[in-house]
Write a protein that binds this ligand. Structure first.
Ligand code: B1M
Length: 218
């Protein structure tokens, strides 16, 4: 197989949710010397975008989205150690969760992997995280940055609800809050009262470092 064949096969098999084939092509790609970034950004992520587009058109339904998502998650586990490889000392603690009512976690997991790769100690508190769990986890782990993901227009309002709960608990001034997820925009992040927003995992890492540098005066 050539690298182009791998990308094409990875794209097609992710789209139809063939998890074993996705794993096999991911491993073949790595054996051929392809980069994890290429496998991710040239095949896996575009495949899920196409799945979403088909879902919107009514050509795919929730079960199809689910198996594609699972196939992608399998590949991400293979890529995780390569993407998260870091020689860097810990630059800070990042607490991350998907908001209440939202089960999407692939994007969150990818952001976590990239943050780990950049030297952050990441504490993942999972999906469907209610405000009180964010508050408890902040109190327990004392993170530098709290990240919240929302992937549905119906769950984005949880940012504001969470931030209000964090304020009420007297913890807001201790932390930087970042938000993100497919439907989120900078404008929405501002309205929610977050300190930062990023559209993708790579930008999230850059923004997290910038915000931390401003906070610590580095
Ligand atoms: Co859902 N889903 N889904 N889904 N799903 C979307 C998000 C959707 C856009 C599809 C579509 O219509 N085109 C749509 C949302 C529309 C909207 O509200 N705007 C949608 C819908 C409607 C739904 C359901 C309501 C469907 C239903 O039941 N009728 C339902 C909701 C369930 C719930 O949460 N309560 C649902 C369910 C599911 C599955 C469970 C089947 C599955 C999730 C599997 C999983 O995550 N474990 C699923 C999937 C797979 C998708 C799509 C196809 C793929 C999502 C994905 O993983 N993308 C998605 C379509 C799409 O995104 N185009 C869709 C790849 C990932 C790498 O990108 O998630 O954008 P993304 O993450 C990026 C950025 O957002 C950013 O960085 C990430 C990496 O670059 N980012 C941050 C993320 N978090 C960040 C945090 C930051 C900064 C950046 O700072 C803290």
């Amino acid at each position: 197989m050539t690298p182009d064949d791998v990308l094409k096969a990875l794209y097609e098999e992710t789209m139809v949710g063939n998890a074993p084939a996705v794993l096999e092509h991911t491993n073949t790609g790595l054996e051929l010397g392809m980069t994890p970034n290429s496998l991710l950004f040239d095949a896996l992520i575009p495949a899920l975008e196409e799945v979403g587009a088909r879902f919107e058109r009514g050509d795919f339904f929730v079960p199809e989205m689910l198996i594609s998502g699972k196939a992608m998650s399998g590949a991400l586990e293979v890529l995780r150690p390569l993407l998260a490889q870091t020689g860097a000392e810990s630059v800070g603690t990042f607490l991350m969760g998907t908001v209440k009512g939202d089960v999407h976690d692939i994007g969150k997991n990818l952001v976590n992997i990239m943050l780990e790769g950049a030297g952050f100690h990441v504490i993942d508190i999972g999906v469907q995280v209610p405000p009180e769990k964010f508050v408890e986890a902040i109190d327990e782990h004392k993170p530098d940055i709290v990240g919240m993901s929302a992937f549905l227009t119906t769950t984005m309002p949880m940012f504001k609800v969470n931030i209000n709960a964090i304020e009420k608990a007297g913890l807001r001034d201790d932390i930087i809050i970042m938000v993100g997820g497919a439907p989120v925009t900078q404008e929405y992040a501002d309205v929610s009262g977050a300190d930062g927003y990023a559209a993708d995992a790579a930008t999230a890492v850059r923004r997290a470092k910038e915000l931390l540098a401003v906070r610590t005066g580095a």
